[in-house]
Design a protein around this ligand. Structure first.
Ligand code: ZN
Length: 169
């Protein structure tokens, strides 16, 4: 884990698996990410630390539900709906907690939507969404992967392939 200095000391114990990383005041906690996927999630969200974001990451934390999980705490940042949609595709088990003044203000599982729009680029160079037309990419979400509604190209049966095509404006 990479906690920051100045733990706020809000009574969390070392055996608290849910919150073993420093609590945050305002921001987003993404919990129940499959073990080892935390850096991928950060990459998808465009968080690399260069903007001075304060981020704590717990990797391979024991989890009753997943065996092991990653936990990300991103300060002063709430996710957009597009970002939540992308997370629903690459980390379907995740839970997202919005934290305000140290309290969880909202907690929800990411719902796998029926379609996603404007968050993935179509791999087909001849697709109408790949040109200069002002057409937002839209994909139907299948049980496995997603399908472009314009050219029916299937994407994401391989998760790495999906991640390569994430394109959050
Ligand atoms: Zn397409």
């Amino acid at each position: 884990m990479s906690g920051r200095g100045g733990d706020v000391g809000n009574g969390q114990s070392d055996d608290d698996h849910e919150l073993r990383v420093t609590k945050i005041r305002n921001g987003t906690v993404i919990d129940h990410v499959s073990g080892g996927l935390a850096l991928t999630v950060l990459g998808v969200l465009g968080i690399d630390g260069s903007a001075g974001e304060v981020v704590s990451v717990g990797m391979n934390v024991p989890s009753d539900r997943l065996g092991r999980k990653d936990v990300l705490k991103i300060e002063k940042r709430e996710l957009t709906q597009n970002e939540v949609d992308v997370l629903s595709l690459i980390a379907p088990e995740a839970t997202i907690n919005i934290v305000r003044e140290y309290e969880v203000a909202g907690k929800h599982r990411v719902d796998r939507p029926e379609e996603v729009s404007g968050v993935l680029s179509c791999p087909n160079p001849d697709c109408i969404t790949a040109g200069n037309e002002p057409v937002a990419s839209t994909f139907d979400v299948l049980d496995e992967g997603v399908r472009c509604v314009y050219c029916e190209t299937i994407l994401g049966t391989d998760q790495a392939d999906l991640i390569d095509h994430v394109d959050i404006g």
